[in-house]
Design a protein around this ligand. Structure first.
Ligand code: ADP
Ligand code: ZN
Length: 776
C-alpha cells in the first residue's frame, strides 16, 4: 500500500505519538474511509519523514490544527487495531511515565505495546524521467567506467521490469549499493516506502463455547470440556486432541455443533511452557500468612488503592500469600498481575498459577518469541486471560478492571529499565494500582530502603511474616576473614581453606553446596598476582575478558581485542611476571527453592562494597541476606560461610546476623545525612559524543543552564567524567541532580531537554535517568 498525501482537509484530526526521540505528538488527518475506526489508544500507520511509521493515537478531535503551527497535515494510512491496543487507563499511565521520566511519549507507548509481528516496512525504487534519459545516454556511450556499468545494469533492470523494484534486490547487483545511492542523489531514481502485511503461518485454535449442562456430556466430550474449560483454556487443535485423548474428527464435529468455537492464529513456536502434570503443594496457611492475607482481602473488598509491603524473611512463604490474594481478586471478578524480577521465575510462578488457577493465566516476558508474546498480549487485551505473570514490561499488560498488582522481590535492580523509557517497574506498578483503584502488594525479605521507609512512615501498610514456615531455623552465618586465612596459609586462592574443607565435607555427605562468586564479570579475566592489576580496554576503561577458544582478551562493550601478555603490563619489572587466570562468574540464586542445599559459600562478598555507588552497602546486604536464605530450606539444616577482606563492615556484619531492621536504621541515617534517596529525588544526566570537543562544549552549555537552578532547590553536581568515562568510543560526562522536592526536579529536567533542543544538541547525546539505580 502506498502512502497518500492529502489534498483537501477532512473533518477529523488526531494527535499521534511516534517512537522518535521528540517529546511531542504529531497531528494527522483522518480520511473519510477510516472515519469511526480510530480512537484514542489505536495503533495507526502514518507517513513520517518519508517513511511509514506506527504510532499511537493519543487524542481525536474535530478541531482544525492551527495553520500557523502545522503547514501540511498528512493523512493516516491505516488503522491497525480492531479494538484500540491501549485502554484509556494505559494511555493515562503512559502519560505519567512520559512526564515523570521525561521520556518521549511515543517511545513510552512503544515499550507498552506488544511486538509488531504482522507488518513489514520495505523500500522500493522506481525510475524517474531523468533516470530513463540517463539509461539511454549510458546505453549509447561507447566507453563506460565501472561505476557507469553498474548504473546501466540497475537502470536497465528497472526499465525491463517496468514497475517499482525492491531496493534490496537492486543492491545485490554488482556495485548496486553505491550506484543506487548516486542515482537517488541525482534524482534519476525515486524511493518510496511500502508496508506489507506479513502472512504468518496459521493454526486453528479451539475453545469451549457452550453453556450446556456439563453432566449431560458424553465421556469424550467431558474430557474435552475438562481440558479446555477447567485445565488449560483455548488450545491449538492438535494439542487438544492429544491432551483430551480424542480424535481430530470428534473435535471438528464439536465445532460444527457449536459446542466449540475456533479461530485462526499465527503459529506459535513454543506450544506451552508449562509442565502438564504439575501438582502444586497445597499448603494450609500458617497464622502469619493468614493474618497478612486477611488484611489484603479487606483492601480488595473495599476496592480502593492500597500499597502493602509484605516483609517476610526468606522461606517465610510469601508465594502462598500472593496466590491467595490473586484468588481473592479473581473471586471479586477482578484481574491480577504478578511481576517477578527474572524470566526463570515467570515459569516457576506461572506454572504454580496455571496449576492453581487454570486457564486464565498469561505469561509475558522478553525472551518469548515475538509471535508468542504478541499472542499472549492480545489474549490479555481481549479479556481471555485474567491473570498475568511477567517481568518488568508486563506492568503494562492490558488487563482491565485490575484488582491486584504483586511485585515480588521488589528491591531487585532488574525492575529498572536501562534504556529509554528508563522506568522502574515497581514504581510504575504502584502508580498503575493508584490509577485503577487497585491493591499493590510488594514483597521482599530485604525491602529497598525506599519501600521500607514508606512503610514505616505510614504511606504503605506493613505486613510481616515473622518466621520461616514450619519454624525452620535460619542457617547460621560465619564470616571468614580472608586476611587471616592468607596469613595462616600464605595462599591467596579464590577459596579459603575453611570453605574448601566445608565443600569437601558436603561432597562426602552427598548433599549440595551453593557457591556464589560475587563478581560482576561474566567470564574469565586476567589479573597479576604480584601487583593485582587487571588489564583494561583502551577504549572503555573496563576489564578485558579472556576468551578461551580464541586465546585472546576482549572487551564486552566495544569488541576491542588483544593477545594475552606474557608479562604484567603494569609491573613488568617484577621478576616472575606471572599472570594468573581466575574465575569470575555472575551467579544469582534469588527466589528459587533449594531443598538439598546445606552449604552456601560466598566468595568475595565485599567486591561490590568498593564500587562508586551510594547503594553499594545496600546491595551487598541484600545479596548476602538473600543468598544466606538459600541454605537450610528443606528438612536438612544449613550453614553459610561468607569470605571477606572487610569483616567489620556493617553491611557484612548485619547480613551475617540477618538483621534487616538494624541495617535499615543504620543505612537510613547515612542517606539522611548525605541527602540521598529516600530523602532526596535524584536524577543523572549524561552527555556523550565520540568527539571530545563536542562532549565538552555541550556539557558546558548544559552546565550554564543548570547552575542557576540551585536557587530553585535543585542541587547540581558535575559535570564529571562518568564512571565509564569512555564507552564504545564515546566520551561521557555526567551531572547528578538532587532535589528535596520531586516536582522541582521534574520541571528542571523537562526544561533542560527543551534547552538542549534549542541549542541543537543531538537528542541521543543527552541521556536523562530519573531515580537512577546505577550511575552510567
Ligand atoms: P519466600 O518466597 O517467602 O522465600 P516461599 O514462598 O518460596 O518463601 O516458600 C518456601 C517454602 O515453604 C515453599 O516450599 C513452600 O511450598 C513452603 N510453604 C509455604 N507456606 C507453607 C505452609 N503454610 N505450610 C507448609 N509449607 C509452606
Ligand atoms: Zn572497549
Amino acid at each position: 500500500m502506498l502512502l497518500h498525501y492529502v489534498s483537501d482537509m477532512p473533518a477529523n484530526y488526531c494527535e499521534v505519538a511516534l517512537p522518535v526521540p521528540l517529546r511531542l505528538a504529531f497531528t494527522y488527518a483522518i480520511p473519510d474511509r477510516l472515519a469511526g475506526s480510530i480512537f484514542a489508544g489505536s495503533r495507526v500507520l502514518v507517513p513520517f519523514r518519508n517513511r511509514a511509521m506506527t504510532g499511537v493515537v493519543v487524542e481525536v478531535s474535530s478541531r482544525r490544527p492551527d495553520p500557523a503551527r502545522v503547514k501540511t497535515v498528512k493523512e493516516i494510512v491505516e488503522a491497525l487495531d480492531p479494538i484500540p491496543a491501549l485502554t484509556p487507563k494505559l494511555l493515562e499511565l503512559g502519560r505519567w511515565v512520559g512526564g515523570y521520566y521525561v521520556a518521549p511519549l511515543g517511545e513510552v507507548f512503544r515499550a507498552m505495546l506488544p511486538p509488531q509481528v504482522d507488518l513489514r516496512h520495505e523500500r522500493e525504487l522506481l525510475l524517474t524521467d531523468a533516470g530513463r534519459a540517463r539509461r539511454d545516454e549510458l546505453d549509447a556511450a561507447g566507453n563506460r567506467s565501472e561505476a557507469e556499468v553498474a548504473e546501466l545494469a540497475l537502470l536497465s533492470l528497472l526499465r525491463i521490469e517496468d514497475r517499482p523494484v525492491r531496493a534490496d534486490r537492486l543492491r545485490k547487483l554488482p556495485g548496486g549499493e553505491s550506484a543506487a545511492e548516486r542515482l537517488l542523489r541525482r534524482r534519476q531514481l525515486e524511493a518510496r516506502e511500502v508496508t506489507l502485511h506479513r502472512h504468518a503461518r496459521l493454526q486453528k485454535i479451539v475453545a469451549w463455547d457452550s453453556t450446556e449442562d456439563v453432566s449431560s456430556l458424553g465421556e469424550k466430550e467431558a474430557r474435552v470440556y475438562h481440558v479446555l474449560a477447567e485445565e488449560r483454556g483455548p488450545l491449538p487443535l492438535p494439542a487438544l486432541a492429544k491432551l483430551a485423548k480424542v480424535s481430530r474428527s470428534l473435535i471438528e464435529r464439536l465445532i460444527r455443533q457449536e459446542k466449540l468455537k475456533s479461530w485462526e492464529e499465527p503459529l506459535a513456536v513454543e506450544e506451552d511452557l508449562f509442565e502438564v502434570d504439575y501438582t502444586p503443594p497445597s499448603n494450609i496457611l500458617n497464622a502469619d500468612q493468614g493474618r497478612a492475607l486477611g488484611e489484603i482481602n479487606g483492601w480488595l473488598e473495599a476496592g480502593a488503592f492500597h500499597v502493602g509491603l509484605l516483609y517476610g524473611v526468606t522461606g517465610s512463604g510469601k508465594t502462598e500469600v500472593y496466590l491467595g490474594a490473586v484468588e481473592a481478586a479473581l473471586a471479586l471478578n477482578k484481574t491480577a498481575l504478578i511481576l517477578v524480577p527474572e524470566i526463570a521465575l515467570t515459569l516457576w510462578i506461572g506454572r504454580f498459577c496455571r496449576a492453581r488457577l487454570g486457564a486464565s493465566v498469561a505469561v509475558l516476558h522478553s525472551a518469548l518469541p515475538e509471535v508468542e508474546r504478541a499472542r499472549e498480549w492480545w489474549r490479555v487485551r481481549r479479556g481471555e486471560a485474567r491473570v498475568v505473570v511477567g517481568t518488568r514490561s508486563a506492568v503494562f499488560a492490558p488487563l482491565e478492571n485490575l484488582g491486584l498488582v504483586v511485585v515480588d522481590e521488589e528491591q531487585e535492580a532488574s525492575y529498572k529499565q536501562e534504556e529509554t523509557p528508563r522506568y522502574h517497574g515497581r514504581d510504575v506498578a504502584i502508580v498503575r494500582a493508584k490509577l485503577e483503584g487497585a491493591v499493590a502488594l510488594l514483597g521482599s525479605a530485604t525491602p529497598s530502603l525506599e519501600s521500607f521507609h514508606n512503610a514505616r512512615s505510614g504511606k504503605y501498610h506493613l505486613l510481616q511474616l515473622e518466621s520461616r514456615v514450619e519454624n525452620r531455623p535460619l542457617a547460621p552465618v560465619e564470616i571468614v576473614d580472608l586476611r587471616e586465612d592468607f596469613r595462616a596459609t600464605h595462599r591467596a586462592g579464590p577459596l579459603s581453606s575453611k570453605l574448601s574443607e566445608a565443600i569437601a565435607a558436603r561432597l562426602d555427605q552427598g548433599t549440595q553446596s551453593l557457591i556464589l562468586i560475587n563478581r560482576r564479570g561474566y567470564s574469565w579475566f586476567v589479573i597479576c598476582r604480584s601487583c593485582g592489576a587487571g588489564i583494561q580496554c583502551e577504549n572503555c576503561s573496563i576489564s578485558l575478558a579472556y576468551h578461551k577458544q580464541r586465546d585472546r582478551l576482549e572487551c564486552h562493550y566495544c569488541g576491542f581485542s588483544r593477545r594475552v601478555p606474557k608479562a604484567c603490563p603494569k609491573c613488568a619489572s617484577v621478576a616472575s611476571g606471572k599472570v594468573d587466570i581466575l574465575v569470575g562468574t555472575q551467579m544469582v540464586a534469588k527466589g528459587h527453592d533449594f531443598q538439598r542445599v546445606t552449604l552456601v559459600g560466598v566468595v568475595s562478598a565485599d567486591s561490590q562494597l568498593s564500587l562508586p555507588d551510594f547503594r553499594a552497602a545496600e546491595r551487598t546486604f541484600q545479596l548476602l541476606t538473600q543468598v544466606a536464605g538459600r541454605a537450610g530450606r528443606g528438612a536438612l539444616p544449613g550453614e553459610v560461610l561468607v569470605e571477606t577482606y572487610y569483616p567489620e563492615h556493617y553491611a557484612i556484619q548485619l547480613a551475617a546476623r540477618q538483621d534487616y531492621l538494624a541495617f535499615f536504621e543504620r543505612e537510613l541515617q547515612f542517606r539522611r545525612l548525605l541527602h540521598y534517596p529516600p530523602f532526596t529525588a535524584l536524577a543523572s544526566v549524561l552527555v556523550r559524543h565520540t568527539k571530545i570537543e563536542n562532549a565538552i562544549r555541550w556539557s558546558r552549555q548544559l552546565s550554564a543552564f543548570l547552575a542557576p537552578q540551585e536557587s530553585r532547590g535543585v542541587k547540581v553536581l558535575g559535570p564529571a567524567a562518568a564512571p565509564l568515562a569512555r564507552l564504545k568510543r564515546e566520551y561521557r560526562f555526567q551531572f547528578l541532580l538532587k532535589a528535596p522536592k520531586r516536582a522541582q526536579l521534574t520541571r528542571v529536567l523537562s526544561e533542560l531537554l527543551t534547552f538542549s533542543e534549542e541549542k541543537e544538541i543531538p537528542e541521543r547525546a543527552v541521556l536523562v535517568d530519573v531515580d537512577p539505580l546505577s550511575l552510567f
